[in-house]
Design a protein around this ligand. Structure first.
Ligand SMILES: NC(=O)c1ccc[n+]([C@@H]2O[C@H](COP(=O)([O-])OP(=O)(O)OC[C@H]3O[C@@H](n4cnc5c(N)ncnc54)[C@H](O)[C@@H]3O)[C@@H](O)[C@H]2O)c1
Length: 346
């Protein structure tokens, strides 16, 4: 099995490639432009393996077909995106280019590639589009009915609007051209290798260095968190078992407010790396929570995301394995080590 991973050097792509490499015998081709968000941190074992290849390329590149013909993928999975909501508010253009045009370009090149394949090779081909729960907009604060696969699209930010546009392109190509796609909408991921601009790494790395921990608005926005390795494991199941034209919402039933999330992180960090033992701090702190400050809310900020994951649980028998406490502890330890290494190298 040959799997082509677009955007494989980013946060979720890294976790996915690690799982594919160590838990299957598939060959992996990672196609990534390596934007500022890419971590591109794979083990020597992966980098040197004949089963792994890396191509530095933009998904907007006109001639992806040449690469597809050379690698001959059975699966194409698209993680490549501009992914930070704040950046999409300040400079949306790159989001339209990569998230909309880039997805269109991948679809076009995939269709051309498939049109040259023999029918038997096409039968099991899957294009998997990785999307987000943010395309559904936000939920009413008091609701207990969360987003499922049939929820209406109602994106609020330029980021989610471009992801929604890509999902609509996929759906229209499925219907009009029988494009063999699967669509995945996942909740907020957290874990190692995420760029520090995102909430959880920002809170951890600021706290360790004694910088303020900014909270948007009143901090009451609710998010549904999933440990990235649980998402990656669900995607492996989808690669192996899901049928073309299916769609799955993925979430781990961990809904909490941003403020409670930050409290949890500070409590764990207080135990893992107590302020009294932290030489990076220039101030005396009892708890990292003392660093919290409230800042002006993000324009158009969604109040509440929540995923109903019943379909993937029922059809593919997938369940998340990592609790929020375990996942946060693992993530915090990873960022503490990273900051320590950075300071050693200075
Ligand atoms: N992080 C989350 O919480 C979350 C939740 C749901 C869905 N998603 C979706 O999952 C996907 C991956 O998210 P992530 O958090 O890993 O993002 P990320 O920003 O960490 O990684 C994106 C990767 O795509 C690459 N890339 C960007 N533009 C490219 C281009 N034009 N051509 C080729 N490569 C390009 C980057 O170099 C990077 O390696 C995205 O599509 C995102 O919308 C993310």
């Amino acid at each position: 099995m040959n799997i082509l991973v677009a955007g494989g050097s980013g946060f979720i792509g890294t976790s996915f490639i690690n799982k594919v490499f160590y838990e299957t015998d598939y060959n992996i081709c990672n196609l990534d432009k390596l934007t500022y968000a890419a971590s591109n941190s794979f083990s020597e074992e992966i980098i040197k393996s004949k089963r792994y290849s890396f191509i530095k390329k933009d998904i907007c590149d006109a001639n992806l077909i040449n690469l597809f013909e050379k690698f001959n993928p059975d699966i194409i999975i698209n993680f490549a995106a501009e992914s930070h909501v704040d950046n999409s508010i300040n400079s949306p253009k790159a989001f339209l280019k990569t998230n909309i045009f880039g997805t269109f370009n991948l679809i076009q090149n995939t269709s051309q590639f498939l049109s040259k394949q023999q029918t038997k090779n096409k039968m099991n081909f899957k294009f998997i589009q990785i999307s987000t729960d943010e395309v559904f907009g936000d939920l009413n604060d008091s609701t207990e009915i969360y987003f499922d696969e049939e929820s209406n699209y109602n994106p609020s930010s330029p980021y989610s609007a471009t992801k929604a546009a890509a999902d609509h392109l996929i759906a229209s190509w499925q219907r009009t051209y029988e494009f063999p796609a699967i669509k995945i909408n996942c909740s907020n991921n957290y874990g190692p290798y995420q760029n520090r601009e995102k909430l959880i790494p920002l809170v951890i790395t600021n706290a360790i260095q004694g910088k303020k921990i900014p909270i948007y608005g009143n901090g009451k926005q609710k998010r549904d968190w999933i440990f990235v390795e649980d998402h990656a494991e669900a995607l492996i199941k989808i690669v192996k078992e899901a049928k073309v034209n299916s769609k799955y919402n993925i979430g781990a039933r961990n809904i909490l407010t941003n403020l409670d999330l930050v409290k949890n992180i500070c409590q764990i960090l207080d135990k893992v790396f107590p302020p009294s033992k932290n030489n990076f701090l220039k101030q005396n702190l009892q708890s990292y929570y003392e660093l919290v400050i409230y800042v002006k809310d993000r324009p158009g900020h969604d109040v509440f995301y929540g995923i109903n994951p019943k379909k993937i649980e029922r059809e593919l028998n997938w369940r998340p394995k990592v609790s929020l406490e375990q996942g946060l502890t693992k993530t915090i330890k990873w960022y503490v080590d990273m900051i320590k290494k950075e300071h050693q190298n200075e």
